[in-house]
Design a protein around this ligand. Structure first.
Ligand SMILES: C[S@@+](CC[C@H](N)C(=O)[O-])C[C@H]1O[C@@H](n2cnc3c(N)ncnc32)[C@H](O)[C@@H]1O
Length: 235
């Protein structure tokens, strides 16, 4: 089903296979991906993008991540996009923020001082929505998508962000046959294949993190490597 949030709660409005999975995850609160703290890689590596504090930044497939707040605290104007109205409502509610809600094309726009979440489909964003955006933070977004959607996601992200924009990308690699995603394993070769025509890609970090993640060990993984990439305009 697809759902919309209205003043009285969640309303079923149709059927959409592609989004159904995520709507159900949010409605059932099956959100193991959500972090209760700011992302450590964001805090450690964001400065490597070299953005001015008032730069406009974009967080695709943002869920209710606290990273939106960390980016706002750096001075950035922050925009996220998220398909689940439950996630958007919870982000504002759990952080004691009072949103102004309006319609923005196909999206519902939830806004508070310097921070906007467009509630709707990432693939409906256009160039105008990300005008002047100079930084992107992708954590658990590319890797949330199955292989066939990742190419479309990367193409669309490249199309809607200005060519000068820089991205901090956090990805994971593991033997894909050992677990069904999401999160999916997205190997470095694939990251380079998806993005290296448009961006210069530097790997900033790589570490086997299986030891710290019991939930992935319990699913039978024998290795889990987290990698962080900095992507920027080609020289
Ligand atoms: C694995 S979660 C990651 C959320 C966030 N990046 C974080 O670090 O917590 C992926 C999110 O993408 C959202 N999503 C999936 N497909 C989407 C789409 N086409 N447009 C917008 N959001 C989408 C899901 O509802 C989910 O909240």
């Amino acid at each position: 089903m697809a759902f919309l949030l209205n003043s009285i709660g969640i309303t079923e409005v149709g059927f959409d296979m592609k989004h159904d999975f995520w709507h159900e995850r949010w409605l059932r609160n099956e959100i193991g991906f959500h972090q209760q703290e700011y992302n450590t890689h964001l805090q450690e590596f964001w400065f490597r993008l070299g953005l001015s504090p008032d730069a406009r930044v974009f967080v695709p497939l943002c869920g209710k991540t606290l990273d939106l707040l960390w980016l706002r605290a750096q001075g950035h104007e922050v925009m996220g996009v998220e398909i689940s109205p439950v996630a958007v409502r919870d982000f504002f509610g759990e952080n004691d923020l009072t949103p102004r809600v309006s319609r923005h094309g196909l999206f519902e726009r939830w806004e508070t001082d310097g921070l906007v979440i467009l509630c709707g489909d990432f693939f409906d964003l256009g160039v105008g929505d990300l005008r002047n955006c100079s930084g992107v933070f992708d954590r658990a977004s590319l890797i949330a998508l199955p292989p066939e959607m990742r190419r479309d996601y990367a193409v669309h992200l490249r199309q809607i962000t200005p060519p000068v924009a820089r991205t901090l990308l956090v990805a994971m690699e593991y033997p894909q046959e050992q677990m069904q995603g999401p999160p999916f394993s997205v190997r470095e070769e694939e990251v380079r294949e998806l993005y290296d025509q448009a961006y210069d890609i530097k790997r900033l970090y790589s570490l086997d993190i299986l030891e710290e993640h019991a939930r992935f060990r319990e699913k039978g993984l024998t290795g889990l490597t987290e990698k962080v990439y900095l992507m920027g305009p080609l020289a």
